[in-house]
Design a protein around this ligand. Structure first.
Ligand code: SAM
Length: 286
């Protein structure tokens, strides 16, 4: 595997320039010029009209990126409970496992076995920078562990607890934890968060919920373990003019549980469709 690279989001090495004159006009016009680089794997989108030339496109990326060893195409969308992305390797080594650095933290992962989005790195650092000294933090839906690891690296939290249902994602989180030897204050659990909450784990100053849309179903069981004056970071997908609807949902659930909201802020942290954004609602509760 190549050297571990600091994550690079949405590479725009001029793919169109590289392929100029090599594809028929319609395929060239529909070519998606940008792609993600995750560790040493380039993840590309191949529109139907470009399919006959997908190997050529992949080889061009491989030739022009000395640090890329694998080129894979998205063979579908993020799907299922574990939010897995189907991938097809088109060029380079036949693997989807890689290592990378995000905000100074080493991560080991298999892009086909667990969810990971390089595009959310900035958002994870934003949350890590909000953490005050001595906080106890809960990260349900923790995947391969980027939130707990980045928070541990960039804060003086007392304890970070991560809960993930996908056993493969959990195993990679443990592996990354071992790679980052100086980080000590994280506990990783492999469990369904609903079952895990049935145990005795105390209360948390901050709960981070990186499961847009389906995460909403878990809010009413998570709020009871939030300390007074604690924070929730609730991820959702919303149309550009409907961001406040996500806040209203949280406010409704909180009021039902007798909790008032003291403050809220909404950040758009990703584009996920026409006029639709991945948003994070930060709320501080009484
Ligand atoms: C969108 S991914 C986010 C992963 C990670 N936090 C990140 O930012 O890369 C959501 C994760 O929630 C996990 N998940 C879904 N339902 C769950 C549940 N009931 N309990 C625990 N984890 C769950 C999925 O397996 C997936 O890894």
């Amino acid at each position: 595997m190549a050297d571990i690279l600091e994550n690079q989001t949405i590479m725009t090495l001029p793919l169109k320039k590289l392929l100029n004159g090599l594809l028929p006009e319609q395929a060239f016009a529909e070519l998606v010029g940008s792609y993600d680089i995750v560790g040493d794997i380039a993840v590309i989108i191949i529109p139907d009209s470009c399919q006959p030339w997908q190997s050529l496109i992949a080889e061009k990326i491989l030739e022009n990126h000395p640090h890329v060893s694998v080129v894979a195409k998205r063979a579908g969308n993020y799907d299922g409970e574990f939010r897995l992305l189907p991938l097809q390797v088109l060029a380079g080594e036949e693997r989807t496992v890689t290592e990378l650095r995000e905000s100074g933290v080493r991560l080991s992962l298999d892009l086909a076995q667990a969810y990971y989005s390089v595009r959310s790195g900035g958002e994870r650092l934003r949350i890590a920078r909000m953490v005050a000294d001595g906080e106890r933090i809960l990260v349900p839906f923790s995947g391969v562990g980027p939130y707990p690891l980045v928070i541990s690296q960039h804060s003086r939290a007392k304890e970070i607890i991560a809960v993930e249902k996908n056993s493969s994602a959990h195993q990679y989180a443990l592996q990354s934890f071992r790679l980052n030897k100086k980080l000590k204050n994280i506990k990783f659990y492999q469990a369904d968060i609903s079952c895990w909450l049935g145990g005795e784990h105390g209360t948390f100053d901050r709960i981070i919920m990186p499961l847009p849309k389906s995460g909403a179903a878990f809010l009413s069981s998570l709020l009871p373990v939030l300390s007074p004056r604690g924070w929730v970071h609730f991820y959702d997908m919303q149309l550009v003019d409907s961001f406040e609807k996500s806040f209203e949902f949280i406010e409704g659930v909180a009021l039902q549980l007798g909790r008032k909201i003291l403050y809220h802020n909404i950040t758009a942290c990703g584009h996920c469709g026409p006029r639709t954004y991945r948003i994070c609602v930060d709320v501080k509760l009484e």
